[in-house]
Write a protein of this length. Structure first.
Length: 390
């Protein structure tokens, strides 16, 4: 059926009216809606648009803005949001560490058993016993008043030095024992291949084993800080000495754990790795004693046969650096320099001749040397774990 002219005119009229209706809300909104801040009534009567269509319209607007080149200005972060972000950084770091399944497994296995608590109890009991013994021996002299400030300062210094030296010695015994069987025990149980075929990389395996042992050893270090604070309350010990001693203990704990991990990474038996670890520590102390004897002999020889000043300076620097790598020497000499020279970073010393040199304090050399050595041993441990077993 072909439409007549009248019906076609009606249809065209309806289309023109619809176009006018669709244009009227925009013009009304531009004139009145934006001025008064109100939505025009025509727009209010429009039914709600589906959420999916809104999202599509927003996405089309954003893409059109990007095409046109309109730059969006981001609002500055609020102080509350910045504080939350800064507080979330340690939490994220801790969660990232605990995401390693080896760390979670080792820590739970060690702390759920009796062995960890027994080690902590014996460790603190020995330190407390020696503190009581030293205080008892120092107070036996009835000629000295217990309320004398100089006497209390002497007691505080002796107690502090004893606690730090005992911690250094016990860390040398406990640290290698925690990690000398970390990798070699997996070889003995024939489970090293399962670890290597898992999604864990060699670095994750090494850091997981080392992290759990280091965390337990650092727990021992920090649980003894209240015993060190007894010397702080008695006097004679400052905050600088406590900070330096804590740094030395932390680096020592990490190094001894790394040493056991290094020998465990390429040996087939835990016993062999343990023997290598303790033998290395024993040899270092024997070499230190031999160096003391050799320096005394060389010093007596230099008096009868003078050497050049340059050679004396080189020998002094080399001897000072080598001595500072010993934990006991570094701790004792740093304390002596801090008390006598009132210097935390530098000292003037001469082992040979009469020329005194400005040398760094032993604790600085100690921290730098063992930090670098720890990084090297960790890298070698990762290499040996990643290498296929022969």
């Amino acid at each position: 059926m072909v439409p007549d002219d009248k019906s076609q005119q009606r249809v065209e009229k309806l289309f023109s009216e619809l176009e006018q209706i669709t244009r009227e809300p925009h013009t009304a909104g531009d004139e009145s809606g934006t001025e008064n801040g109100k939505v025009p009534p025509v727009v209010q009567n429009v039914p709600a648009v589906d959420e999916g269509l809104e999202n599509g319209a927003q996405s089309s607007l954003t893409t059109s803005d990007e095409v046109i080149g309109v730059s969006k200005v981001e609002s500055p972060a609020k102080p509350e949001e910045q504080a939350r972000q800064t507080q979330a950084v340690p939490v994220k770091f801790f969660n990232r560490i605990m995401d390693n399944p080896i760390i979670a497994k080792e820590l739970k296995g060690r702390m759920r058993g009796r062995q960890g608590f027994i080690i902590i109890g014996v460790y603190l009991s020995l330190i407390g016993f020696f503190i009581f013994l030293i205080y008892f021996l120092l107070t036996l002299d009835t000629g000295i008043s217990n309320s004398d400030p100089s006497f209390l300062q002497t007691v505080g210094k002796v107690i502090f030095s004893t606690v730090v030296l005992m911690e250094l010695l016990m860390l040398g015994f406990i640290g290698p024992a925690l990690t000398s069987g970390a990798i070699s025990s997996e070889r003995e149980r024939k489970t090293i291949d399962l670890l290597k075929t898992s999604l864990l990389s060699a670095r994750s395996i090494v850091f997981g084993k080392l992290g759990s042992a280091t965390a337990f050893l650092l727990l021992l270090v920090f649980t003894a800080i209240p015993l060190q604070s007894l010397a702080f309350f008695l006097g004679g010990v400052g905050m600088a000495e406590i900070v330096v001693s804590t740094l030395m203990l932390v680096v020592t704990a990490i190094f001894f754990c790394t040493l056991g991990m290094f020998f465990s990474s390429f040996t087939q038996r835990t016993l062999i790795a343990t023997v290598y670890s303790y033998a290395t520590i024993l040899v270092s102390f024997v070499l230190f004693i031999l160096m003391l004897f050799s320096i005394s002999i060389f010093d007596s020889y230099s008096y009868s046969n003078p050497i050049s000043t340059l050679l004396e300076n080189i020998m002094t620097i080399a001897t000072w650096v080598l001595f500072s790598t010993n934990s006991l020497f570094a701790a004792v000499m740093s304390e002596v320099i801090l008390v006598e020279e009132q210097s935390l970073y530098l000292t003037n010393n001469n082992f040979f001749g009469n020329t005194s040199l400005a040398l760094p304090s032993p604790w600085i050399i100690y921290l730098a040397f063992y930090t670098v050595l720890t990084i090297v041993l960790i890298s070698l441990s990762i290499y040996f774990v990643n290498r296929p077993d022969r």
